[in-house]
Design a binder for this molecule. Structure first.
Ligand code: UDP
Length: 490
């Protein structure tokens, strides 16, 4: 392993560019910060699900563990393979996933995950067995003990496999704790009574799954199918059999659920906080971020811009594209809007927006195909985030103190949106109305009215709380230390 001499007062900046004053001169060094730690002679194997929202946290966890002295091997599928060249200090091993071209394009994420679980097993088994065997045969000098496997809860074949190889397996979970522990009740709720819902009940709370409202639950149950029910049961069983569960949340965001999860799963639980706070940046992005976003933001007033993005999976219809476009235009606020290629059903990109409207949009907005989201949210010009409330996007927004307008599409996004709008009260909920007047009104309420100021103040407090948690001696910081001790104990 390459080792670097680092004076003890070296500035750790969390990015590849490290600056240091030495003998009166500023020296800039371009290295992966994770290379600072000396090897502890142990290796961790990581196996992310091939989804952007799972790859980002897994690579961030890899950087954290590497900075603590662990060597890292990432086993990954061919589909949505992480960009190995951006992480020269990690070993990447690709396995065949057996997905056909058509299967990689399906918008049915659950189906794709079920197929991957079925088809990756032999290749993964082979790869892991070889790694363990070669670790055993290394000379005493080169020997690096493989401590454990860390993979996503959505890989359901890895637990029995790791067990059969005597390898501890830790589960990385990319949901909010309260979603993960409660979502196992969904098959039962579906069987029972929730599908026939009266209009008058729409806003009632769901006692079995707080703080969801019945209309959220109805959407969740509608998207759920048999394949998901049996998949959930397997996730529950394999998580309970694991050697530990890691959440990218913290006591400050998930206090009650964390103590309940400890009882539910009976395995050590580590709430290490939003991992991107330790190693920010978009180095694990599968798509190339449009870097012109930042100079464009530099030209805007403080807290004036609404940033719009619905993550890496959600899709919208052409009509919804037009409603959002008009809502943004009519709000008269500058906006930065991410429209992924292929995310508007039935079209390539935004070619269906009429030229005349496009000209008006270009007057105070910018549309890109993918943004460097963490840098965007950090920018002083961004005043609000119209988001689908994926957990990564939600915590990235909290960590930068950016209030949200919630437009959840599916799965855990519905719960995250209720936390943002009703529990933490750091955002507004569009209540599924993708309609130009609603969007315009929400943007103006958030960015221009006193209601928005109160929301911003609450967001500042939440940001500080979470910020304290990940700093030295904070709860998330200590949980990470405990995780490192736990892995070192294997
Ligand atoms: N992201 C990004 N650029 C974009 C949109 C999203 O880098 O233009 C990143 C974002 O920072 C987050 C991830 O993609 O880390 C999306 O994860 P999330 O859990 O929010 O949603 P998902 O894509 O899983 O629905």
């Amino acid at each position: 392993m390459v080792e670097y001499f680092m004076p003890p007062h070296f500035a750790a900046q969390g990015s590849n560019l490290v600056t240091h004053w030495y003998n009166g001169q500023e020296i800039c060094i371009w290295i992966e910060k994770a290379s600072m730690a000396k090897s502890n002679g142990r290796r961790v194997i990581l196996f992310p699900l091939p989804l952007q929202g799972c790859i980002n946290p897994m690579i961030q966890l890899a950087k954290i563990l590497h900075s603590k002295g662990f060597s890292i091997t990432v086993i990954h599928t061919r589909f949505n393979a992480p960009k190995a060249s951006r992480h020269p200090l990690f070993t990447f091993l690709q396995i065949p996933d057996g997905l056909s071209e058509a299967e990689t394009r399906t918008s049915d994420v659950t189906l794709r995950l079920a197929l991957l679980n079925r088809r990756c097993e032999p290749a993964f088994r082979d790869c892991l067995t070889k790694l363990l065997r070669s670790a055993d045969s290394e000379t005493e000098e080169e020997k690096q003990r493989i401590s454990c496997l860390i993979d996503d809860s959505g890989w359901i074949f890895t637990q029995p496999l790791a067990q059969s190889l005597n390898l501890p397996r830790l589960v990385l979970n990319t949901y909010k704790v309260s979603f993960f522990r409660n979502h196992f009740v969904l098959p039962q709720l579906r069987r029972e009574r929730y599908l026939q819902l009266q209009d008058s009940e729409q806003d009632d709370p769901v006692e079995e799954f707080p703080p969801l409202r019945k209309k959220d639950l109805l959407r969740l149950l509608n998207e759920e199918r048999k394949v998901l029910d049996s998949y959930s049961i397997m996730i529950l069983e394999t998580t309970k059999a694991s050697s530990g569960l890691i959440f990218l949340s913290c006591e400050e965001l998930d206090q009650d659920s964390l103590s309940q999860a400890r009882q539910d799963f009976q395995v050590p639980i580590f709430a290490i906080g939003p991992s991107h706070t330790r190693f920010p940046g978009s180095s694990s992005s599968l798509l190339s971020p449009d870097e012109t976003c930042i100079p464009w933001l530099d030209k805007q007033e403080d807290k004036s811009v609404i940033y719009v993005s619905f993550g890496s999976i959600a899709t919208i219809s052409e009509t919804e594209l037009m409603e959002i476009a008009w809502g943004l235009r009519n709000s008269d606020q500058p906006f930065l809007w991410v429209v992924r290629v292929g995310s508007v059903n039935g079209t390539k990109w935004i070619e269906t927006i009429p030229e005349e409207l496009m000209e008006r949009l270009n007057e105070n907005g910018k549309i890109v195909k993918w943004a460097p989201q963490q840098d965007v949210l950090k920018h002083r010009a961004v005043g609000g985030f119209l988001t689908h409330n994926g957990w990564n996007s939600t915590v990235e927004s909290v960590c930068e103190g950016v209030p949200m307008i919630c437009l959840p599409f599916f799965w855990d996004q519905m719960l995250n949106a209720r936390f943002v709008s009703e529990i933490w009260m750091v955002g507004l909920h569009l209540e599924y109305r993708i309609e130009r007047n609603e969007i315009e009104r929400a943007i103006r309420r958030l960015l221009l009215e006193t209601e928005g100021e109160a929301i911003r103040e609450r967001m500042e407090l939440l940001k500080e709380k979470v910020g304290r948690s990940v700093k030295e001696n904070g709860l998330a910081f200590r949980s990470l230390e405990n995780l490192v001790d736990h892995i070192s104990s294997f």
